[in-house]
Design a protein around this ligand. Structure first.
Ligand code: FMN
Length: 483
């Protein structure tokens, strides 16, 4: 299998080499010369007001699932380990923690967490241990905001121990149906409007429970190809939830209205895939290429992309959605893109692919920059909202330099970390304390955190986190690598 032809970031020993590479790729990103500590006035140390509360700094933990719950959907010791890591990161915004299904049939895997009244105590324990760890490390959690991400996995549901796809879809997708075994002429997996109305009630009940447990807000997940995201592209769906943008956002509005009615005062946030692309697959050499979409034009099956050239971004509807969220008084929005199922390279740029993946079609720096630029466009158009950026982990040793410059130059409100937090949870704390980076702990994007779950194992940083490194799974995952 062909290796990448472009350089790994750990090859860049100086900032000027990295600047040269960005220039060669014609990438324009804000980039500081050195990491600033809080005492030196780092922009990342500036508090920010979210939902009326002063949140202590501009680092956020993006939601990171572990595929490590019990079959009933309760957390395990592994889940606790992960949530404690979030607590000791030093980030003051825990944006959603991880995707939690509002109903059994909406679980993305048989080990996804499930929020239901019988699990109240377990979720309270998770939240409590995250907050306790944070207080032990930093002395205070009054400036810490913790939300819970609520989801239904829709097309990508695999809720049962047999691990088989049990998709619930909104419309037939010409390129994705076959990937989860849907016969294009079979309408059984299509959710009917009455079923959608029932599901909305499940979201409202889940939000009420999250509020009772003590979460500061809930995220109504609208990204990554899951059901909320699929609504946004349900143009071919007839009825109240498809067709016009007004109809495609009705699901979200009805959930928001329901939560406001039943749980007044519980803040709501939304994570969106701000743009999408067509599904990618590996070519004969293992490199990512777009599926042939020539028979699907104009392409009506994505959100935030150009219908006539779906490999290009078109933010017209994305900006309309964000404007609608502003009118709904949703103050906090997390910006992501694409889907891990059909376009992982745009969502979580990586040098090395997971076992079922493909080699990146281009230098992953281009994919990182695309997310950062899109977030900037949205942030500058809606300056009164708080926006969380995503997709920074690939930046490795240059991550804090771009993060702090981006916040200073008002490209984004807060910088969210995903994979970096799995292997080097203390990165925010270390940088703010002026301790610099422990470069040996940096995520080098081996994608083992995805290879594990794709092969029925729990997720975690097998190469670097001592907790996972000693598990038998670490050896198995390493053998499954395709590089
Ligand atoms: C192992 C793993 C689990 C993830 N779980 C979630 C999740 O539960 N909810 C979600 O919205 N995104 C999830 N993501 C996406 C991340 O939040 C993030 O957007 C992505 O990894 C890119 O950011 P990064 O470059 O900092 O890793 C997950 C990603 C990985 C690799």
């Amino acid at each position: 299998m062909a290796a990448n032809s472009y350089p790994q970031l750990n090859r860049f020993k100086t900032l000027s080499q990295f600047r040269d590479r960005l220039e060669a790729l014609q990438i324009d990103l804000p980039l500081d010369d050195r990491i600033l500590s809080a005492a030196e006035g780092s922009p990342l140390a500036r508090p920010i007001r979210i939902f009326g509360k002063a949140v202590g700094n501009r680092w956020a933990v993006n939601p990171m699932e572990g595929w490590d719950g019990t079959e009933e959907g309760k957390p395990t010791a592994h889940t606790l380990h992960r949530w404690r890591s979030f607590g000791r990161s030093g980030a003051k915004l825990i944006y959603g923690a991880e995707a939690v299904a509002v109903r059994h049939d909406g679980r993305a895997n048989p080990h996804q967490l499930l929020i239901r009244p019988e699990h109240r105590r377990n979720f309270a324990e998770l939240l409590g241990s995250l907050r306790k760890t944070h207080v032990e490390c930093f002395g205070d959690d009054r400036d810490l905001l913790v939300g819970l991400q609520l989801t239904h996995s829709g097309r990508f549901s695999r809720p049962d121990p047999d691990g088989k796809p049990k998709p619930r879809i909104l419309y037939h997708h010409p390129l994705l149906d076959s990937r989860v075994g849907i016969d294009p002429s079979d309408d059984k997996p299509l959710l009917r409007d009455e079923q959608i109305e029932e599901l909305i009630l499940s979201y409202i009940a889940a939000a009420a429970l999250a509020g009772e447990i003590g979460f500061d807000f809930v995220d109504i997940k609208h990204c990554h190809g899951y059901l909320g995201h699929e609504f946004l592209s349900a143009r071919s769906r007839p009825g109240r939830y498809g067709g016009s943008l007004e109809n495609r956002t009705r699901f979200l509005r009805e959930i928001v209205e329901g939560i406001r009615r039943e749980v007044p005062g519980l803040p709501i946030a939304v994570r969106i895939s701000a743009f999408d692309t067509v599904p990618f697959r590996a070519d004969e050499g293992g490199r990512g290429v777009p599926e042939d979409f020539s028979q699907c034009l104009p392409y009506r099956f994505g959100f935030g992309i150009d219908r006539d050239d779906p490999l290009r971004i078109d933010l017209t509807e994305t900006l309309a959605l964000v404007g609608m969220l502003e009118r709904l008084d949703i103050q906090l929005i997390n910006l992501s893109c694409g889907s891990p199922y059909y376009s992982p390279h745009i969502l979580r740029p990586a040098y090395f692919p997971p076992s079922d993946g493909y080699w990146p079609p281009q230098d992953p720096l281009i994919d990182v920059a695309r997310q950062i630029h899109t977030a900037r466009t949205i942030h500058q158009r809606f300056p009164n909202q708080v926006h969380i950026g995503s997709g920074y982990s690939y930046l490795q040793q240059f991550l804090p330099l771009i993060a702090q410059a981006g916040v200073r130059e008002n490209w984004i409100s807060c910088v969210g970390l995903g994979r970096e937090l799995l292997c080097y949870p203390e990165l925010p704390a270390d940088t703010l304390a002026g301790e610099g980076l422990k470069t040996r702990k940096l995520c080098r994007t081996f994608s083992d955190c995805s290879t594990g779950p794709r092969n029925g194992m729990i997720s975690g940083c097998y190469p670097l986190d001592p907790y996972y490194k000693k598990m038998p799974e670490a050896g198995i995952v390493k053998r499954l690598r395709i590089f």
